[in-house]
Design a binder for this molecule. Structure first.
Ligand code: SAH
Length: 243
């Protein structure tokens, strides 16, 4: 599992977040993938308020309790909303520029990688939002991910994670699915981002369907509950340790 941090010269999303925070406007945050056409992340959406969040995220924030870890917190939108709700949250990110913005917003943010073994506190809720399963990277990492969660969770604690089932991308006109079962899991996506002249390294991002998530969760001692589904392919899962 990768335990490193980003550097400022290779942190396009952090640069976009800092630009928008300072100037209230930003350029295009471009997203490339070997599997998809070029896309864009609207930078203002990274600063969404509670009212602007999708229902799945609102539910996650309502359910979050006790000491909360906001993993890959970005601009700190969820941590800021949780603070407004009077909840105790630690936002972490590997992006030095994003962490700087969160600190300037008055959030007690920390620059650390979720998988850094020196980061060893315990939490009641571990929040992973905006296709938060992505941080797992590849399906082969999921065992390491669950072991790491066991180190970070208090007894009775939970992980609240959203993801999307990408199966719809492979749907044929007749409603069947054209999946290459001998290939990689269909939710394993590679991305690269660019903001102005700043190019990030390619990284792996795991989208996982709920059944696959619960199967692996069970194998590593967790119970997965489907908390909410949207009208499309996204869902919120709650993962708790089986006793
Ligand atoms: N949760 C935010 C941002 C999502 S983008 C939102 O919903 O708006 C994903 C974020 O995760 C990025 O800021 C990225 O820097 C961070 N990240 C990626 N891998 C990480 C890791 N291993 N540990 C901590 N943060 C990570």
């Amino acid at each position: 599992m990768d335990t490193t941090l980003l550097t400022e010269d290779k942190d396009p999303m952090g640069a976009a977040i800092l630009d928008y925070f300072k100037n209230k406007k930003a350029g295009r945050l471009r997203v490339f993938s070997s599997q998809f056409d070029e896309d864009e992340i609207p930078v203002p959406a990274l600063f969404r308020s509670y009212e602007e969040m999708p229902p799945i995220e609102k539910t996650a924030l309502k359910l979050a309790a006790g000491r909360i870890l906001d993993v890959g917190a970005g601009s700190g939108c969820h941590s800021a909303a949780l603070r407004d709700m009077g909840k105790d949250t630690l936002p972490i990110d590997i992006s030095p520029l994003s962490v700087r913005v969160m600190q300037e917003r008055g959030l007690d943010a920390r620059l650390t990688n979720l998988f850094n073994p020196h980061f060893c506190e315990r939490f009641d809720t571990i929040l992973m939002l905006m296709n938060g399963s992505g941080i797992i990277g590849k399906l082969a990492n999921i065992g390491g991910f669950f072991l790491r969660m066991k180190q970070l969770l208090n007894r009775g604690g939970c992980i609240l994670m959203d993801s999307s089932d990408l199966k719809y991308l492979f749907e044929e006109e007749d409603g069947s699915f054209l999946l290459n079962l001998a290939g990689n899991y269909y939710g394993e996506i590679d991305f690269r981002m660019q903001y102005k002249q700043i190019k990030g390294e390619a990284f792996d991002w795991l989208y996982i369907d709920f059944d696959t998530l619960s199967l692996y969760a069970a194998q590593y001692g967790f119970k997965a509950e489907l908390t909410e589904r949207d009208d499309h392919y996204a869902f919120l899962a709650k993962l708790t340790l089986k006793d």
